[in-house]
Write a protein that binds this ligand. Sequence first.
Ligand code: E4P
Length: 216
Amino acid sequence: MKIFIDTANIDEIRTANEWGVIDGVTTNPTLVSKEGKDFKSIVDQILSIVDGPISVEVISTDSKGMVKEALEMAKWSENIVIKIPMIPEGLKAVKILNEKGIKTNVTLVFSVNQAILAAKAGATYVSPFIGRLDDIGHDGMQIIRDMVQIYKNEKYGFKTEIIVASVRHPLHVVESAKIGAHVATIPFSVIEKMFKHPLTDIGLEKFLKDWKKVVE
Ligand code: E4P
């Protein structure tokens, strides 16, 4: 499973990239707004750090506006992926962008039906938000199971990759990988938690303590 980092924070992206665990980045308007910097300069910095798909979101809600924004942003790099909301106008834009060879990520997906439509329209990626589903008492991971099952049916010829989004804790990552999702996009704080195991810390402390007893 590929790991994308779900943030627009340059320090977090740089740090996780140096760990060697990052295949791409996803941003959204909320994440960008937290940084207090202009959008293009944030994206330029991300592009200079990570050599992989970088999702950037349109803010238009009509297909014409979305395509216009997408064509502009796609000029920034071949790694740019255009994030498009899961609405009818959005899928109209996805179809047009797909025909132009521009990669898309259909976002704000909360149901299997939406995922089927996004794949039919030719989305490169689809982003089901599992944490937000869990928040309202639904089983977010179940839609990942259903989507993986449907997308892998060769008769359908779907090429869309599933990005598990709205990841809240390390178990979401483990479950996504077991199910066979293509990608999980993970906040920095959750990636940090994935490192942690008390036996690693205890073991390292003992190794270092014992090393001091080694005769030089
Ligand atoms: C994914 O593309 C979104 O940016 C993100 O995962 C949303 O997560 P949230 O529900 O924590 O805001």
